[in-house]
Design a protein around this ligand. Structure first.
Ligand SMILES: Nc1ncnc2c1ncn2[C@@H]1O[C@H](COP(=O)(O)OP(=O)(O)OP(=O)(O)O)[C@@H](O)[C@H]1O
Ligand SMILES: [Mg+2]
Length: 397
């Protein structure tokens, strides 16, 4: 047959050969979820079926659509619509790609088979499936994804596993199950990532609140009853960039115990921000968020004789900062007060193919400024101070 078709690896084959109408497939990153989904869709299309593919975001749907189209030999295709993300075959089979951001668009026709990829990331999976897809579905459906906290995908998986759902099977695989993904790369990630995140993303474990990279026990074990009265040896400063944000300065002492916090809300008044920060001891190292409005604040502080390390947040540098901080929290190397812990309890990290974002869980306001400020302080401390390094002529310990 004129199709560029990968041979499924053994665990993918297990999924394909299972006879249940519905399948809930929980698997680690890079297991081959998308590829096995596409193999299944092709099979359905070659039987002349109408199929659909749902993924959380439009960009992802577009990318998968392009990848998918490339699998087919063009002699089989009768039409491709790039704006509708539809591919039709001469035998009548078709596939339309949808995004979880526009669930209502799915209405309008019936499908013989549906794939819900990254099912753990679809905002309201329960409504998407029961309210929209199910009434249009004449055949089976696969829910496939990596766990994302305790949501409807978790519930589906547990119910399927316990045999509570009719004609539904449950599968669980880790990234190690993909023989085409190098074990060394997994090990690299294991070393780079917080343990709780690695277990979620690669071992596909449903932990209590895995979108939060801080484990409850770890957060709790480092809480101190109040600020240390020692001198701060390093400050981390997160600069407010919006109306609802706070600028937060957190200091830690020579044992990395929190010894200072100031936090204020100043809307777009950088002069006032700088003069407030200017009150901090100029001889103490400050790691300052130098993103957006932080640039001018950093410059002002430097001009006023402060020891400043600007920290520019990028798609790569922010995860690095937070990962390093999470490791310090895991190992108990840093201590903080309840108010910082409170932000850690509702902290959320979202991980997708291209980047990682950090913030609060939905509906919890958007205050992660204290966590960021302490992470910056920890970065300064662990990079420049705990090793007793002389910094700009200043011996800090
Ligand atoms: N059967 C296979 N034969 C060859 N390569 C495969 C096979 N299955 C998966 N791969 C390769 O493994 C990698 C991951 O595959 P895929 O993107 O389908 O995984 P995924 O689980 O959807 O990943 P992600 O978690 O990033 O969404 C890709 O490089 C893909 O080409
Ligand atoms: Mg995928």
């Amino acid at each position: 047959m004129n199709i560029l078709f990968n041979t499924p690896h053994p665990k993918q084959l297990e999924i394909i050969q299972d006879k249940s109408k519905y399948k809930v497939i929980v698997a680690g990153r890079r297991f081959g979820k998308t590829l096995v989904s596409m193999m299944k869709l092709m099979d359905c299309m070659l039987r002349g079926q109408h199929t659909m593919y749902l993924t959380p975001e439009y960009d992802l749907a577009k990318t998968f659509f392009t990848d998918f189209v490339a699998f087919f030999n063009e002699t089989l295709i009768s039409g491709i619509n790039k704006s509708e993300l539809t591919i039709k075959l001469k035998n009548g089979g078709s596939c339309k790609f949808f995004s979880g951001m526009a669930i209502e668009k799915i209405r309008g026709r019936e499908y013989q088979f549906a794939i819900i990829d990254e099912a753990g990331d679809i905002d309201d999976l329960e409504y998407a499936f029961n309210g929209v897809i199910r009434p249009l579905l004449m055949g089976g459906c696969w829910f496939i994804g990596t766990p994302k906290g305790n949501n409807y995908f978790t519930k589906l998986y547990n119910n399927a596993k316990d045999g509570n759902l009719q004609d539904t099977s449950a599968f669980h695989f880790t990234t190690y199950d993909n023989p085409f993904y190098p074990v060394e790369k997994i090990e690299e990630s294991r070393l780079d990532m917080p343990d709780v995140l690695f277990r979620q993303e690669f071992l596909a474990e449903f932990t209590a609140n895995a979108s939060n990279p801080f484990k409850y026990e770890d957060i709790v074990k480092n809480i101190v009853p109040g600020l240390s009265t020692d001198k701060s040896v390093c400050y981390g400063i997160d600069i407010s960039n919006g109306k609802n944000d706070y600028t937060v300065a957190i200091g830690i002492n020579s044992e990395a115990v929190m010894s200072h916090i100031t936090s204020w809300k100043i809307q777009n008044n950088y002069t006032e921000q700088s003069s407030k920060l200017n009150e901090l001891d100029s001889n103490v190292l400050k790691v300052v968020d130098a993103t957006g409005s932080g640039v001018s604040v950093t410059e002002t502080l430097e001009n006023n004789g402060h020891y400043v390390i600007p920290y520019l947040f990028t798609a790569k540098s922010k995860p690095n900062l937070i990962y390093t901080f999470i490791q310090a929290v895991e190992s108990g190397a840093v201590k903080y007060t309840q108010e910082v812990a409170d932000e850690m309890f509702i902290y959320e990290m979202k991980y997708n193919d291209t980047n990682v974002t950090f913030g609060n869980q939905p509906g919890q306001g958007n205050h992660d400024d204290k966590v960021t400020a302490l992470a910056l302080a920890w970065y300064g401390y662990s990079t420049y101070i705990s090793i007793g390094q002389q910094w700009q002529g200043l011996t800090v310990v």
